[in-house]
Design a protein around this ligand. Sequence first.
Ligand code: BTN
Length: 244
Amino acid sequence: LGKKIHYFEEVTSTNNTAKEIAASEEEGTLVIAEVQKGGRGRMGREWVSPHGGIWMSVILKPGIPLRHASRLTLIAGLAVANVIRNMGLDASIKWPNDVRINGKKVCGILTEAKAEVDRVDYVVLGIGINVNMDLKDIPESFRAGSTTLKVELGRHIKRVSFLQDLLFELEQQYINFKIRPFSHILNEWLALSDTIGREVKVTTPSRIIEGKAVGITPDGALVIKKADDTKEEIIAGRCIYARP
Ligand code: BTN
């Protein structure tokens, strides 16, 4: 991954740029920018992307059924969490895609796929990491739940070597994804996730589900056990912990 890199000082969103070029680019091509003016988060939210972060999108062509595309989100979260843990920080994953340190978000992932019938043409794996920003660089409304690697480590981070480590780790995960049963990756993900076992409140565009997070399905859906003891699988939503 990252054999070919499109580097920009400023874009609207690296995911948008990646989607525009995906059809004609080879798998592994990377789009990266210093600043995003219209960075996008999941569920239509804004993603604040000033100088100092890593805002990137990787084009993948895994040839998988569309319903498996969310597995790549789990892989990306795992890769980011592993690289951060190798720096000595206690990173964990909050379902589906937040990498957090001490309960604060340091990375978000936005996976977008284009599919023909049920086969994926390409997947754009958008990864945003708060690296060298100070908290004052993050608008006040986002600040409370966020952190940066610089804040957590108390020093400046070399973004190029971080990126090299991340691309290496992501490539390892991607190779495993292709050759191993997905259950291996899922177990690794579960070991780093702090969601399972918690009381959660998940908001989807249509409703709110409350209960205890008891597991994750092979497609990355969260399994919630509700107060009436029935279980429900949620493929996408915003997850809040009832207790921090
Ligand atoms: C989220 O947690 O809601 C997902 C955030 C994803 C942000 C990244 S930054 C690079 C790529 N380009 C975007 O516009 N979004 C993703």
